[in-house]
Design a protein around this ligand. Structure first.
Ligand code: SF4
Length: 348
């Protein structure tokens, strides 16, 4: 596995673009779950109203200079304070509309338990249209490692929320993060097959595999992580089961051909499937597999530019730049009564 930085020069340059703002907001550090591998201490509660106003004022002060704003919601569980999420997102959206800023986006890292359809609808209306949800297994497997704080299971509600999004017409995208190493591989494989069955062919859903790691926390002494060749091989085996599901994005050409790369349009290896008029996505898993080598090998070059691996030559990145100016606003600042030194908030 390479240790080179993931970001390209272009992405790094974009990350400090003065006319883009990316706020990562923790509206609460509380969570309704108690995952067995969680590193959070849940000491801090909701963001104070004064700080919520501060976030909105920050946007108001910067808006005239901005070309785009993106919000990322993190926690704890951000939807445990969904009133704050709505309040800030709707405020930012109003300001963007007033000032003609068309590039607004938002993403939630959520456990999915409170992501019912009414919530999805309101998030979409405020241009918060993507979420990442972690799954450890089906039913009892997920319930064991991702229980509610009360100790009850969480799987059924999360899964029902996902099925409801699938059945809806909301333009809301969900990235399913499948944890590897929490459960027996056979159980993770069953989850992958079911995700493939239920969400395969729906371009709003994507999935990726992540080895569980020990990031500390109350259970740090009992967390067993799968690493090295054994971990990489498990990820590679499981990735083969997700044949119909999007692995972080597909390219749909004007004639319905489905590929992975916007540059290699003349290369037949870049046609891995087809999208038909009913919205059904068919993918040839043998043709898709080489494009997933970065996932299997956890190679940052191949993840940034899978075509480099497909053509077997030098790994020249053609990935689009990503990332914008980042200011993290955790609610713990309420205890200090101010923003941390070193941020540019006060100077803008
Ligand atoms: S969902 Fe689980 S891992 Fe995430 S903050 Fe809550 S307890 Fe921790």
């Amino acid at each position: 596995m390479t240790t080179k930085p993931f970001l390209s020069k272009a992405a790094l340059s974009h990350a400090i673009h003065p006319r883009a703002m990316h706020l990562i907001l923790l509206p609460t550090e509380q969570c309704n779950f108690r995952c067995t591998y969680c590193y959070e201490d849940f000491d801090i509660g909701r963001m104070r109203p004064e700080l919520v106003r501060g976030v909105k004022t920050l946007v108001d002060r910067r808006i005239d200079d901005l070309l785009g704003i993106s919000l990322s919601w993190f926690g704890g569980e951000p939807l445990a304070a969904k009133d704050i999420v709505f309040d800030v997102a709707e405020h930012v959206q109003r300001r963007c509309q007033e000032r003609g800023v068309t590039n607004l986006g938002g993403h939630l890292t959520t456990n999915g338990y409170l992501l019912d359809l009414a919530t999805v609808e309101r998030l979409c209306a405020a241009e918060q249209r993507t979420a990442q949800i972690s799954l450890d297994g089906l039913g009892a497997v997920h319930d064991r490692s991702r229980p509610l704080a009360s100790g009850r299971g969480s799987f059924r509600r999360v899964w029902d929320n996902l099925l409801a999004i699938r059945a809806s017409r909301h333009d809301f995208r969900v990235s399913l993060r499948i944890h590897v190493g929490v459960a027996e591989e056979a159980e993770t494989a069953e989850l992958c097959r079911e995700i493939n069955r239920q969400f395969g062919g729906d371009p709003r859903f994507s999935a990726y595999l992540r080895l569980i790691a020990n990031w500390g926390g109350a259970n740090r002494d009992s967390i067993k992580s799968l690493s090295g060749p054994a971990g990489r091989e498990a990820v590679a085996r499981l990735a083969r089961l997700l044949t119909d599901i999007d692995h972080n994005g597909v390219l749909v050409r004007a004639d319905g051909r489905v590929g992975r790369c916007t540059v290699a349009l003349d290369d037949p290896r870049n046609t891995v499937g087809h999208l038909d008029e009913s919205g059904r996505l068919r993918v040839d898993s043998d043709k898709l597999r080489p494009w997933l080598a970065g996932l299997a090998e956890l190679d940052s070059d191949l993840l940034a530019c899978p075509y480099g691996g497909v053509r077997g030559g030098p790994k020249t990145s053609v990935a689009p730049a990503a990332g914008v100016q980042t200011i993290v606003l955790p609610p713990r600042w309420r205890a200090r009564g101010d923003l941390p030194a070193g941020t540019t908030v006060g100077a803008t």
